[in-house]
Design a protein around this ligand. Structure first.
Ligand code: BES
Ligand code: ZN
Length: 637
């Protein structure tokens, strides 16, 4: 009896995965109604409890209230499940959720169990769904849900209203949505969210129109994402925000006092979408809106579909840091359409996107800016590889072992080495052929997960086509699976920074820079100069650099950050108040973590400063940022 039941289960699971494998998904208009999953070993996600080949979530319907006092979301999630006949349980991912009940659509209770929680993964929620294929989970998020940041009014530009923002990637959405939280499992979703007046809610789905009055003092907002997406792409923000159109299919949300500046910085967005489409095919998501968030947002940007989330720190006043927007837009193809099946292949999302970003920049702003940004990133990558060691596994594109953790790609190598890989292939096969292939890759795998092995196999089949000489030149496996930089890597254009590098060289003897020349330089050139200055500088020189080049008053946060790093590593006291001010407002991990690291490295000078500042600023950061900075400032010493 038991044997028979087990056998039936195995058979039905096999049948389910067979019908849902690549190419097997039913399609409408080129979009699968149910996205396939991959069942090969290299596609498995060890950071999710889900068993998608047995039972998987295909649609999530959220009905949630935002509670700013308790800092919780509360309500229900209705999940549609795809499972073969005879399968009676489904396993979901949760972290810190309080589950009140699980029922079927008619309200009959279903048995459920929350398993043991693991630090990085949270706990499995196993629901005995019997023969039901829709389950309703009543729940609320935990008090410190890592995806969510609840801001007090003082942390906003307007200063009057609270604010909520979320960050799902890589595995944080399980702290506010009970679903299968794995990038290899795609789900459509819809949501009804209520928020206290006068707050406005946006999500990474198309809006269902004007809000409706809900219970007293609250409004309800509706959203839907009718295309299957990886669950880390569900995102929410709520605050005193307003909208400005930028083009026929693009616009920006932000706080009223930020609107003009944000819209101006983003004025080229529609042109960027056009450029991206010319490169790699139609934009498939309908609208492309963005929200410029308060400065505590832990990333530069996040590619939430139809609603890119952006840090306000990219606003420089001269559109010099809009590569960020090109990057998040590019993810609409690389990442959101074709998605890494698990986090060991993050480079498929981030490396491909970094390449695509650079192509958009070239198309829109020309070769000079593109080649400078490339050279800057390439140098950064070489530095990181040198730091980690060119035989260190973390410098491979495909990550293994503990490097394959959801945060494994955070070293940044996968971004620039991935881009470098594709620039190299492009140079070898020729741009025209390469572009045709890359567009066809996005098309062939639209709305599907992908692995490194699939990427290489596709490239061999459709680009290399058995040409052995070409195959040898490309060094494909070495690029993807080996650490360090392969010998065929296309070097950045040596001319990109010729003038700047000469000035940096001259500085070593002259100890002066020509202010007029500096002011004519692009943002990338200025950043290059700062990176090429002697890393040890006496106080008088730092003071002179600052006053002549206006580093402390730069409106460009990348330059301000580079300056603060240089100053702190030289124990330059006058830079401390500005550092403190910067760290008290900006929560972007890329800036915050290195500044604290630099301080901590300056032992008896910097450690007390770091500890004093962090004690004051820690509570203003998102969990993504404190997760990294705690280890730096609080851990060890
Ligand atoms: N998708 C990433 C952010 C991310 C990656 C979050 C991995 C969690 C895990 C986003 O597209 C990104 O790369 N942001 C960069 C932008 C930059 C490279 C232009 C950032 O935030 O700095
Ligand atoms: Zn990215």
């Amino acid at each position: 009896m038991r044997l028979f039941a087990t056998l039936a289960l195995i058979l039905s699971a096999a049948a389910l995965s067979a019908c849902s494998m690549q190419g097997g998904a039913p399609e409408t208009d080129g979009e699968p109604m149910v996205s396939p999953i991959l069942t090969s070993d290299d596609a498995k996600d060890p950071y999710s409890y889900a068993q998608p080949d047995v039972a998987r979530v295909t649609h999530v319907a959220l009905d949630l209230a935002l509670d700013f006092e308790a800092k919780m979301v509360r309500g229900k999630a209705t999940l549609d499940i795809l499972a073969a006949e005879g399968v009676d349980t489904v396993i979901l991912d949760t972290m810190g959720l309080e589950i009140f009940s699980v029922t079927d659509e008619a309200g009959s209770e279903l048995a459920f169990e929350v398993g043991l929680a693991k630090e990085e993964m949270g706990a499995p929620l196993t629901v005995t769904m019997e023969d039901k294929r829709q389950i309703v989970i009543a729940y609320q998020s935990g008090p410190d849900a890592k995806a969510l940041q609840w801001l007090v009014p003082e942390q906003t530009a307007g200063g009057k209203h609270p604010y909520l923002l979320s960050q799902g990637q890589p595995t944080l959405n399980r702290t506010w949505i009970p679903t299968q939280d794995s990038p290899g499992i795609r789900q459509t979703w819809e949501a009804k969210i209520t928020a206290p007046e006068p707050l406005t809610v946006v999500m990474s789905g198309l809006s269902g129109g004007d809000p409706m009055q809900a219970s007293e003092g609250r409004r309800a907002f509706n959203f839907a994402m009718d295309k299957p997406v990886a669950p880390y792409l569900i995102a929410i923000a709520a605050g005193d925000i307003v909208f400005q159109e930028l083009g026929p299919r693009s616009g920006v949300w932000t706080e009223p006092v930020m609107l003009e500046k944000a819209a101006d910085e983003l004025a080229d967005t529609e042109k960027m979408i056009d450029a991206a489409e010319e490169l790699y095919g139609k934009y498939r998501w309908g609208r492309y809106d963005m929200i410029v968030l308060p400065p505590s947002f832990p990333y530069g940007g996040m590619e939430n579909p139809v609603m890119t989330f952006l840090t306000p720190t990219f606003i420089a006043g001269d559109r010099s840091l809009t590569g960020l927007v090109a990057h998040e837009l590019a993810h609409s193809w690389s990442g959101n359409l074709v998605t890494n099946a698990n986090w060991s292949d993050s480079w498929l999302n981030e490396g491909t996107t970094s390449y695509f970003e650079n192509r958009i920049i070239e198309k829109l702003y020309g070769k000079k800016r593109a080649s400078q940004e490339r050279a800057l990133n390439f140098a950064g990558m070489e530095e990181t590889i040198a730091e980690k060691g060119s035989d260190a596994a973390i410098t491979a594109l495909h990550l293994t072992g503990e490097n394959a953790s959801p945060e494994g790609g955070a070293s940044g190598v996968i971004y620039d080495k991935g881009a470098s890989f594709l620039h190299t292939v492009e140079a070898i096969v020729g741009r025209e052929k390469f572009d045709i292939w890359l567009e066809s890759w996005f098309d062939r795998h639209a709305f599907e997960p992908a692995t490194s092995a699939m990427f290489l196999a596709d490239m061999r089949k459709n680009l290399v086509k058995g040409d052995e000489e070409l195959e040898a030149k490309l060094m494909l496996d070495e690029w993807v699976y080996q650490p360090g930089l392969p010998s065929n890597a296309l070097r950045p254009d040596a001319a990109a920074f010729a003038e700047v590098d000469k000035a940096a060289e001259a500085y070593i003897d002259s100890r002066t820079l020509d202010k007029a020349v500096w002011e004519k330089w692009t943002s990338a050139e200025q950043l290059r100069l700062l990176s090429k200055l002697p890393q040890e500088l006496p106080e008088e020189e730092l003071a002179k650099l600052d006053s002549e080049l206006g580093l402390s008053v730069s409106g460009n946060n990348e330059i301000l950050f580079a300056w603060l790093e240089l100053a702190l590593q030289n124990r330059y006291d006058p830079a401390v108040p500005l550092t403190e001010k910067f760290l008290a407002t900006v929560g972007r991990r890329k800036f915050v973590a290195p500044l604290f690291e630099t301080l901590i490295e300056q032992d008896e000078w910097g450690k007390p400063i770091a500890k004093r500042i962090y004690a004051k600023t820690r509570s203003s950061y998102h969990a993504v940022t404190t997760g990294t900075v705690d280890k730096v400032v609080l851990g060890g010493g």
